[in-house]
Design a binder for this molecule. Structure first.
Ligand code: ADP
Ligand code: MG
Ligand code: MG
Length: 876
């Protein structure tokens, strides 16, 4: 097989072989665009180069000579011939575009002789020396590894000596002097001269571009973007065209649409009298492309026409490099342009409306994550600002505000109208009001699925977790890191999408679902089979989620309702009760509050299904910390400010809290185990549901209620609780006298429940896969500890392909889900199946849910739009 193809031979489909740049150069040549002629050395040649110990294989060297001969014939110029010197660019071009990561050399073929020829031939010595100067610098950098900085210093010195400011003001004489010094510098530093033999230049340049595949930049880029290390790069050798021949020449970059906003308007920059890298490297400040319309009207119109053609050809927004040589336009590169999330959506929708692509194509083009990014506040412009510290990007979005160190302070400051960032070592369910009040959350411990992260994502709040550098002193209300100490009230900005924390305040822009985004999601709704519900505990969340398109509540966590400041004391009274009568009294007090909660949810959902989960966490989460209690008791004791009555009460508290504490609370007395040992708690909750449903129905509000029992592992648990639920609800009726319709189902989150799904399905109207706990229990990983301790390393070291708390583990946890779904439906063909873990809002996991045949996914409100799109993609 050949290792080199001329541009006239290749095509866009050969991207693997020719790299992105080469394939597109060939494609543009094929469709008749003005591309300077050239050829591509394949990625296969690169891999062989490495396989043969970084030596150019004999076959490649031979084909290189042949390709060069052909190019010389085509151009009528000869490499190294002073009378008609052929000049070349040698350009890297990998399969996946890695902008600026690898190397390119321009003006190859110049030496002390050919530069004179070029000067004579063009009648423009200044131009010729400028090209030569650039070649030596690029060659020195790319092939010999000398930093650009040295060359720039030399040039700067010459400019200063001559009293000049701009590179373009340097005369032929100045440039000659610079060239001499460049050559001297190279000889001195690398102990070999700049090669005067153009064939030698070419061979070394090709090898250097191959080697640039493994430079540090490229390696890091590949790691971030998960591009395999063994693909290699192609090399494009192309005849030069010159944008630096004077003011009728120039070079630039154009996007066929605005890459930031998606606006359908040519967007770009250009420089007169310059070569390509001047624009990219920011050596001179380029002019907006619109000005080209004035300075070179015909070129501009032609560029517009090519842009349109390329866009129609590739059916996507293009990023185009062009050069104008003495009024003639050349296209040097095109690729699908990188763009912001906002632009991606607008462009996809516009292309459909312009009849360029189909709706389905548009749907597959948008990464679901992009949709999520659209829903979070973002910093307007980061510029060169350096972060203070960095943590895990736990919940996207940007927030800026004054720091506080406790949930109570957060609430108080927020009430006073301050934007605050809550800074905590970690957060617990007690902090929920603080999280609610804060604009963002920053913790020094915990991972991406830590409590703070999950809750923050649920609320669409920016959150950074596990920022281990931070030394947080909650008592003195200060935090230090990187030699800086901040105090309560100091301002910081956090970007939950990147994990960066900045000192001071950065400006924010407000997000919203654009009209285009709404349109795209409406198309997704037509395509998808999976329904999308939301996890919501409050009417506000429920409304937000419905605005984003949620079709029901898949999980209402009732425990959050008891964390509220007004209720916690009553809840604690209930927990501390010594007798059943006392407990019932407290429950009596909670009942009307809980009823109002449900009325609010039913109203917000207007007849859509609402899945209410009975109380799930262990009771100790609702009472003060044992250690704190003991310490405060001792303190007050020593100060002698406690009367015997108080002391007795305090001691009772401590006794009770101690009794509640467990070694493994997450595997302990919680979920249905709680409901079975304290049935009066579950009864109160179901009663509240019955009351709320009856009230709504009497007001003409439709209600579809699904009661969900958590943590079932044995069918008898569900069977018993189902009896209790049915018993309570039988007492309530709709205004027309009919009984209240409801479904009873269970979470499948204990492996045994999944394994015995056939039995459990006999007692269940629905299953909802609680994949957070199911993952935790299937792997035997403590979700709250694993990430910080070892999971991160597991993923880094590729022991696990992904963090299973973020992306559903198909092979293990997924097998349980598949089995449970099959077995459950065998027993009960009407069984409804859903998922309510964090995975319900994650693209790959949603794909899996679709494959397994679940009926719905449920996710936090801000993930609903993402889930709608991902569900549609799963169907396409
Ligand atoms: P990158 O992938 O970093 O953009 P390129 O290979 O595209 O590197 O080249 C860098 C610069 O050199 C670009 O601005 C490009 O337009 C310019 N360039 C490349 N080949 C030629 C050529 N044959 N004639 C003139 N300029 C060129
Ligand atoms: Mg380029
Ligand atoms: Mg659970």
């Amino acid at each position: 097989v050949k290792t080199i193809y001329s541009f006239a031979e290749g095509k866009a489909e050969w991207k693997e072989l020719l790299g992105g740049k080469g394939a597109n150069l060939a494609e543009m040549t094929r469709v008749g665009l003005p591309v300077p002629p050239g050829f591509t050395i394949t990625t296969e040649a690169c891999r062989r180069f490495f396989a043969e110990g970084e030596r150019l294989p004999e076959q490649v060297a031979r084909e290189l000579r042949e390709a060069l001969d052909a190019l010389q014939g085509q151009t009528g110029k000869v490499l190294g011939n002073p009378d008609a010197p052929l000049l070349l660019s040698v350009r890297s071009g990998a399969v996946h575009s890695m902008p600026g990561m690898m190397d390119t050399i321009l003006n190859l073929g110049l030496n002390d002789d050919t530069v004179e020829g070029l000067a004579k031939q063009t009648g423009n010595p200044r131009f010729a020396y400028d090209c030569y100067r650039r070649l030596i610098q690029m060659f020195g950098n790319v092939v010999l590894g000398l930093d650009h900085f040295h060359f720039e210093q030399i040039m700067e010195r010459h400019k200063q000596a001559a009293g000049l400011r701009l590179d373009t003001e340097l005369s032929a004489k100045h440039l000659q002097a610079i060239i001499e010094e460049y050559q001297g510098f190279i000889l001195e530093k690398s102990k070999r001269p700049f090669p005067q033999n153009p064939l030698e230049q070419l061979r070394q340049a090709v090898e250097a571009v191959f080697l640039s595949w493994n430079n540090a930049r490229a390696r890091v880029y590949r790691k971030i973007h998960r591009i395999p290390d063994d693909l290699g790069t192609a090399v494009n050798v192309q005849a030069m065209v010159f944008g630096n021949r004077g003011n009728d020449s120039g070079t630039g970059v154009a996007f066929t649409r605005n890459p930031a906003t998606g606006e359908q308007k040519l967007y770009g920059e250009f420089l007169l009298n310059a070569q390509g890298e001047d624009v990219v490297a920011g050596i001179r400040t380029p002019r907006p492309i619109g000005e080209l319309a004035e300075s070179m009207t015909e070129v501009y119109e032609e560029l517009m026409m090519f842009a349109k053609r390329l866009e129609l050809h590739y059916k996507d927004m293009q990023d185009i490099e062009f050069t104008v040589e003495q009024g003639k336009l050349y296209i040097l590169q095109t690729r699908n342009g990188k763009r912001t999330a906002q632009a991606a959506v607008k462009i996809a929708v516009d292309l459909v409306n312009e009849n360029v692509i189909t709706r389905e194509e548009a749907l597959t083009r948008i990464e679901p994550e992009m949709i999520e990014r659209l829903l979070h506040r973002q910093f307007a412009e980061l510029g060169e600002r350096k972060p203070w510290v960095k943590g895990l990007p736990a919940s996207p979005g940007a927030a800026t505000g004054r720091i506080v160190f406790s949930a109570d302070d957060a609430e108080r400051w927020a009430k006073a109208g301050e934007a605050v960032i809550l800074v905590r070592p970690e957060t617990t369910p007690d902090d929920i009001h603080g999280i609610l009040a804060a604009k963002g959350i920053l913790t020094s411990r915990g991972g991406m699925t830590s409590h703070a992260a999950v809750v923050a994502r649920g609320m669409g709040k920016a959150c950074i977790c596990g920022c281990e550098e931070l030394r947080i002193d909650g008592k003195r209300k200060q935090v230090s890191a990187a030699g800086q100490t901040l105090h309560e009230g100091d301002r910081i900005s956090i970007d939950g999408g990147t994990g960066m924390v900045y000192l001071g305040e950065l400006p924010l822009i407000e997000p919203m679902l654009s009209a285009e985004c709404e349109e795209l999601l409406a198309w997704a709704d037509e395509v998808r089979r999976l329904q999308v519900r939301t996890n919501a505990d409050t009417p506000e969340d429920a409304k937000k989620a419905r605005a984003f398109g949620a079709e029901g509540i898949g999980l209402c966590r009732t425990e959050h309702m008891f964390m509220d400041a007004g209720r916690l004391p009553v809840m604690q009274k209930m927990i501390m009760a010594e007798t059943l009568a006392e407990r019932k009294e407290a429950l009596e007090e909670l009942l009307p509050m809980q009823k109002e909660d449900f009325v609010g949810l039913f109203r917000a959902m207007e007849g859509l299904p609402v899945t209410i989960r009975l109380l799930d966490p262990p009771l100790h989460e609702f009472v003060p910390d044992l250690e704190e209690l003991v310490v405060s008791q001792a303190k007050r004791e020593s100060m002698g400010d406690m009367d015997p009555q108080q002391r007795k009460q305090q001691e009772q508290w401590i006794k009770k809290v101690r009794a509640l504490s467990e070694a493994n609370p997450m595997l302990g007395h919680r979920g249905c185990r709680l409901a079975l040992t304290y049935p009066e708690i579950a009864e109160m909750q179901v009663e509240a549901i019955g009351l709320a449903a009856a009230e709504c129905l009497s007001q003409g509000i439709r209600v579809q209620v699904e009661i969900m029992v958590p943590l079932v592992g044995h069918v008898n648990e569900l069977k018993r609780l189902r009896q209790i639920i049915e018993g309570v609800l039988a007492r309530y009726e709709a205004p027309n006298g009919s009984s209240i319709a409801f479904r009873v189902g269970t979470m499948i989150e204990v492996p045994r429940a999944a394994l015995t799904a056939d039995e459990i399905a006999a007692e269940a109207d629905f299953f909802s896969f609680g994949t957070n706990d199911l993952t935790q229990m299937t792997f035997g990983y403590s979700r709250d500890d694993a990430e910080g301790k070892f999971l991160h390393a597991y993923v880094e070291e590729k022991i696990l392909p992904e963090n299973p708390f973020m992306v559903l583990d198909r092979d293990g946890v997924g097998k349980l889900i598949r089995w449970a779904a099959e077995q459950g439906r065998k027993t009960n063909p009407q069984l409804k199946l859903g998922i309510c873990g964090e995975h319900g809002g994650e693209q790959k996991s949603i794909q899996f849910c679709h494959e397994v045949g679940l009926d719905y996914v449920s996710c936090s409100p801000y993930r609903v739009p993402l889930a709608r799109l991902a569900a549609a993609q799963a169907e396409i």
